[in-house]
Design a protein around this ligand. Sequence first.
Ligand SMILES: CC(C)(COP(=O)(O)OP(=O)(O)OC[C@H]1O[C@@H](n2cnc3c(N)ncnc32)[C@H](O)[C@@H]1OP(=O)(O)O)[C@@H](O)C(=O)NCCC(=O)NCCS
Length: 360
Amino acid sequence: MSELDSGIADCLRSWNHFSGSRLQIQAADLGWNLKAQKLVNYEARKLAGIPVLVATASAEGLAAGLSAHSLWLSLWGELQKTGEFIDELYQLARASQKKRLVFGADEFHFLPGIPTNIPKGRELIRHLREHQWTLGEVFDLVGRAGSQAALRYIDEGEELAKDRGWTVAALPVASAEVAEPPTWAAPPTLSGEFELDELDRFLHQEFPGRWHREFNFWRGRHDTACARWLGLWIKRKLAGFVRIAHRGDPEVQSDRRSRWIPGALRLPLAAGNLTGEGGAPPDDRAFNDGCLGPIGVAKALRGCGAGRVLLAGALSRLNNLGVDHVCIDWTDNESFYKHLGFERVRTYRTAFLSTLKSTL
Ligand SMILES: CC(C)(COP(=O)(O)OP(=O)(O)OC[C@H]1O[C@@H](n2cnc3c(N)ncnc32)[C@H](O)[C@@H]1OP(=O)(O)O)[C@@H](O)C(=O)NCCC(=O)NCCS
């Protein structure tokens, strides 16, 4: 086992210990997803004896616009000695010549922040606040694509789109890049295609930064058959986008080319057990779970229902794909999703220090 693999395993033991049975992450899934990307280097460390994952921009990440000064890190549990932990973090940052420190907010949300349920998590947050860190709060939401609330939302969204003549359409699966097309069928509701380049331009203009980078990263991969992007068209113009992904048929999952499941890492594992904790986690391969996000609407068109229509279109497709649980991970915009009947399953504090001073 490599040092990174054993570090990942240590971190996951903490995560899984504090998450209850419904939010277990498998080491193989996380390891595969961490290593399959090229923008960020992840490294396993120990700070004050606690296993952490640390991320810095790779050469490719720097070229794509990631900060050269940032050090992102995970904290997944077991915190005991807050002061010592922070001291060692500052030492690590200085040694690697980084001055921006971030809990959470890494490029791929593998390091989601400080979970609020870990021992001494609040003490750490208090400490960070006293030392001029900027704090934020994000959530993972989970629900069912086929719940009454979701189905009602889908109906209303489709009605609205029909009234206004708006269209939600899926990007073609990048089948030319996939040596063998996946065995599962494309969703039956696809109503059209649009060019990848158009979405590229849209994201460049409306969401430059992480979402634009993520799209291009996705586009260049050969193993993303379970993720797809939808666009909303208003008067032949792209007005918004949303990405959905699902685990798919268990047989397809054994094909590693199809395992890019952004967000889905943190899905609940026990179908029908959304509120249950404890007990042995079932084999997640048995469930066709999915995730939704990011989602965004052109700035000029916000506030007039485009987001609702996109969200309804995404849920409808997940439902048609036979997806059971849906995870909306790492969002700070709970009110946008409030009509879906989803449940907040985890809260994280993000923390950010813009300049590490040499006196600290
Ligand atoms: C969030 C976003 C997609 C909503 O799109 P939109 O077209 O403006 O939303 P709609 O007009 O369809 O509004 C849908 C509902 O969400 C609410 N809503 C919209 N934007 C919101 C926001 N920024 N914060 C809170 N609620 C919001 C609306 O009040 C409305 O609620 P209602 O149905 O109870 O009236 C859009 O504002 C956006 O692109 N924001 C930047 C990216 C982002 O935050 N994405 C979501 C988190 S991943």
